[in-house]
Design a protein. Structure first.
Length: 167
């Protein structure tokens, strides 16, 4: 199990059920992300979520810095939900990743599933498309609990704002 202590990311033995955040991904999608370049923009967006905003990252150091926000991770621990993102029609087919937020068993179904076409996800990553505009235009689909997705987005924006206010 990964954990953050003193602002540093580490690994320790433990039960996944205790985890505040669990990554859920098929072996094929994991391999595709590692070796085929699939889902890179989704990973960057997920990292922005973990950082409590959409800041830029720089490799492993950026990832560790993003995960080292104990206050944000503690807030994620208050959820008991699964957010799944599906990117459709990419060059290598569909791709997905899910996050279980909060401790506990992983349910069979995601609480909320966000679906987006590969080209639209890439445009979001390049900041050529705004998430709200894409959602209102039907380019981002949300199935399941829309309120959970909105709470998560509000939490990320709030943490990003508090960071910018502190600097």
């Amino acid at each position: 199990m990964c954990e953050v202590r003193g602002g540093k990311l580490g690994v320790r033995a433990g039960s996944r059920i205790e985890a505040v955040l669990t990554l859920i991904q098929s072996v094929d999608d994991w391999r595709g992300a590692l070796w085929e370049g699939r889902g890179g923009f989704v990973a960057k967006a997920a990292l922005g979520l973990l950082k409590g905003g959409a800041g830029k990252t720089n490799g492993a150091a950026g990832a560790a810095a993003g995960l080292a926000d104990p206050a944000f991770l503690a807030k994620l621990g208050g959820f008991d939900a699964v957010l799944r993102t599906v990117v459709t029609d990419g060059p290598a087919g569909d791709w997905s990743i899910a996050f279980k937020l909060g401790p506990g068993e992983i349910p069979a179904q995601a609480t909320t599933t966000v679906s987006i076409h590969h080209d639209d996800a890439a445009a979001l990553a390049r900041r050529e498309l705004r998430p709200l505009e894409a959602f209102l235009a039907g380019r981002i689909g949300v199935a399941g609990n829309l309120m959970f997705a909105m709470q998560l987005q509000a939490l990320a924006v709030g943490v990003a704002k508090s960071r910018s206010d502190a600097t």
